[in-house]
Write a protein that binds this ligand. Structure first.
Ligand SMILES: Cc1ncc(COP(=O)(O)O)c(C=O)c1O
Length: 398
């Protein structure tokens, strides 16, 4: 098991090669798992009750302040949260969902699973986030919902998105899988739109191994979602013979969280505030160090919102060379996600996306997480600045 703050020596030899750089380099991602999880985990495993129960409810209660919203549903992963949100938004066969191509394919595959069509809107090439103006231009009578992604944790233009949605009677679904702990206009992500979807998979700032949450604006959606996450059956109804008597009104899924993963989440919540502080502090150091560079350029963020910086993304000229330059200094850098619209499964929806072209040709993420030592942060800065000095002659002066 990988452990907090401990060196790579604590990593099982057999998994080393799965880690970035084979466990030798400064990783881009790292699993946060406190030793203190072991006791509550042992208790729940031996309790005789490991399904969805009181610990899931407690986890939902404790998540609510993080979202500024009580309408929380804990689920088995973020992809399920996205699919459940689409269902609650009544997205159906043949409907259109306006979405972004600059994300994990898990954002968009659930749209196909609903039988709906994707309409790509372009992005701001300096944030990676969907462009509200392009969304407005692409609304048709078939549009049902807008899907946005907070790239790396930096919140989208939620004010504009929700205004457009209200004008056209559309639902806004936030894929907030990068954005646990981010804020927009001083309010947490999770308190702004009809739906916000979170992921607690292995390498997120907080993990339940796999897990997710759907946060709904309306109590009614939360209540319908509570049934749909478990086959459409109300687990709370009083029945004489377990679940045999309950009528199922509409079909559901098996998307619920269980008490074992919830216990891990409850323990993680004790640490996640500090974890996010560290991500933000490292990002602030990078912003300062890279501010005036010409070849290695930070993204352009507004100060009416704050990113929890699951990622720290920059734009660089000759990205492949930059990634190799970092690797030569034992630092892992990566594109993290490839544009979705090039996948064969999305071929019917292709369109011109100049913002995506621009962003995707230069964007790359460097390590920013809680595991970095002061020395490592400085080493990352020095190595990126060195690349800038070297390449400025080619791209700017030359
Ligand atoms: C933007 C985005 N959306 C959705 C997901 C899917 O989340 P999960 O792996 O919990 O299903 C991820 C996972 O990393 C993601 O990065």
């Amino acid at each position: 098991m990988q452990n907090t703050g401990k060196s790579m020596q604590s990593v099982d030899e057999s998994v080393k090669e799965l880690l970035s750089g084979g466990g030798k380099d400064i990783p881009l991602f790292k699993v946060f798992m406190p030793e203190s999880v072991m006791e509550p985990l042992r208790k729940v495993l031996m309790s005789g009750y490991i399904g969805e129960g009181p610990r899931v409810e407690e986890f939902e209660r404790q998540l609510a302040p993080w979202f500024g919203n009580e309408n929380v549903l804990a689920l088995n992963n973020g992809t399920s949260a996205l699919q459940l949100a689409l269902r609650l938004a009544n997205v159906d066969y043949g409907d259109e969902v306006i979405s972004t191509a600059m994300t994990c394919s898990a954002t968009n595959e659930p749209i196909l699973a609903m039988g709906a069509k994707i309409v790509w809107a372009d992005i701001d090439p300096w944030t990676g986030n969907i462009d509200p103006e392009d969304i407005a231009a692409k609304i048709t009578p078939k549009t049902k919902a807008i899907m946005c992604v907070h790239w790396g944790g930096y919140p989208c233009d939620l004010g504009e998105l929700n205004t457009i949605a209200a004008e056209h009677g559309l639902k806004v679904i936030e894929d907030a899988c990068h954005a646990f702990g981010s804020t927009y206009h001083d309010k947490p992500i999770g308190s702004h739109s009809d739906f916000a979807c979170f992921s607690f998979q292995a390498i997120k700032e907080m993990t339940t191994i796999d897990g997710g949450a759907l946060v709904c604006k309306s109590k009614a959606d939360r209540e319908r979602g509570r049934l749909l996450r478990w086959y459409g059956i109300d687990r709370k109804s009083k029945r004489k013979d377990l679940r045999c008597e309950a009528d199922i009104v509409e079909y559901g899924y098996k998307f619920h969280m269980n008490d074992v993963t919830a216990v891990i989440g409850l323990e993680q919540l004790k640490y996640v505030g500090k974890t996010i502080e560290k991500h933000k502090a490292h990002a602030a150091q990078y912003n300062k160090a890279f501010r005036d560079l010409k070849v290695v350029r930070p993204l352009r963020y507004k100060d009416d919102r704050s990113s929890a910086h699951w990622l720290y993304t920059i734009r660089v000229k000759d990205r492949d060379r930059f990634i190799q330059h970092m690797k030569d200094a034992s630092i892992i850098a990566s594109k993290v996600h490839a544009r979705n619209d090039n996948h064969t499964m999305f071929k019917d929806f292709r369109t011109d996306l100049p913002g995506v072209d621009e962003f995707t040709s230069e964007q790359v993420s460097i390590p920013v997480g809680w595991w970095l030592t002061k020395k490592e942060v400085q080493h990352i800065i020095d190595t990126a600045v060195e690349y800038d000095r070297m390449m400025v002659k080619v791209f700017v002066d030359g």
